[in-house]
Ligand binder design. Structure first.
Ligand SMILES: Nc1nc2c(ncn2[C@@H]2O[C@H](COP(=O)(O)OP(=O)(O)O)[C@@H](O)[C@H]2O)c(=O)[nH]1
Ligand SMILES: [Mg+2]
Length: 302
């Protein structure tokens, strides 16, 4: 058999488990995960190489939803655009719930753009066996799917079967990434994302969506330790106060958790300095979005 390679996009409304799925397929954390919707903001590639067989490049897309800010408009446009560019699309839905308007919206976009789609009913670990087909027909009615698979991204159920099912329709081709590479993100970008994951986890209400993280300084010291200075951006002074917390408690909590996560990723010995900065309306200003690293949101348009 000749070597095959191709791109596979993961699409679906927010919170169905797309980022969890790409991480478990790749076997490394390439995308941050949270229980809050709209966590993923950029296209993230995760590479799976099956030696002598195939290389699949999965593209995690931000959840498609009705946008309220320029940031979310760019994000959604970008996700829509990628549908038409990949060999396969995986339409990820939440098997614990009946389809909603959000799912129908995504399914329609898939129908208009995607080449070939699998329907993935995710989170089946939360559905008793005899109830797993409960919403099946309703989801299948949303579009034209090559096949339907039931999976649990979180518990690695059905993922090998998924890879096997994708292979036959993958085009023949060369490896697209070096065999040992599993993402296109830089180490600093992943570091910023891991910090943002903790901001999402440890703050509430409007803070997660009004915040962003960028790395101001990242270097490996002579003694082998990694020194990172990162800035958490928010939109208002009141938000800055919440992120810092009473006597600096909140920022300390975020720092401790982020440092642990960074050490897991980079190896032991991470120095982390966190700062909080107010940039009014950053989510709505093109220039700010570019500065904060959301540039591929714009590139995807061209
Ligand atoms: N029980 C269960 N939870 C899952 C599964 N996949 C994802 N989740 C959870 O669903 C939430 C959203 O996941 P995430 O991957 O960020 O969703 P995304 O917005 O589609 O990228 C997180 O709390 C995940 O832990 C699964 O297979 N089973
Ligand atoms: Mg996500």
């Amino acid at each position: 058999m000749n070597f095959k390679s191709g791109f596979v996009s993961l699409v679906g409304r927010p919170n169905v488990g797309k980022s969890t799925l790409i991480n478990h397929l790749v076997g490394e954390k390439v995308a941050i995960v949270s229980a809050k919707a709209q966590t993923t903001r950029t296209l993230i590639r995760g590479v799976v190489t099956l030696p002598e067989k195939a290389q699949l490049v999965f593209v995690d897309t931000p959840g498609i939803h009705k946008p309220r800010y320029l940031l979310s408009k760019q994000i959604v446009d970008q996700a829509m655009h990628v549908l038409g560019e990949t060999d396969w699309s995986l339409f990820v839905v939440d098997a614990t719930q009946a389809p909603g308007k959000g799912d129908a919206f995504v399914a329609q976009a898939l129908g208009e753009r995607a080449k070939r789609t699998f329907l993935l009913l995710n989170k089946i670990d939360r559905v008793p066996k005899r109830e797993r087909s409960r919403y099946l027909a309703e989801y299948q009615a949303l579009g034209d799917f090559a096949d339907t698979l039931m999976i649990s991204a979180k518990h690695n159920q059905g993922l090998e079967g998924l890879l096997d099912a994708l292979l036959p329709h993958l085009p023949e081709g060369e490896m697209l990434y070096p065999e040992d590479e599993y993402t296109d993100q830089t180490t600093a970008t992943i570091a910023a994302e891991l910090i943002r994951e903790q901001v999402f986890r440890l703050t509430g209400e409007e803070i997660p969506h009004a915040s962003s993280v960028y790395i101001e300084q990242f270097h490996t010291r002579e003694d082998g330790l990694t020194s990172i200075a990162a800035v958490i951006v928010v939109e208002r002074d009141t938000q800055k106060r919440i992120v810092i917390g009473k006597n600096g408690q909140k920022i300390k909590e975020i720092g401790v958790a982020a440092r642990e996560s960074l050490q897991h990723f980079l190896g032991d010995g991470v120095y982390l300095d966190l700062f909080v900065k107010v940039i009014p309306k950053w989510r709505n200003e093109r220039q700010r979005l570019l500065q904060l690293g959301y540039s591929n949101a714009f590139e995807a348009q061209g």
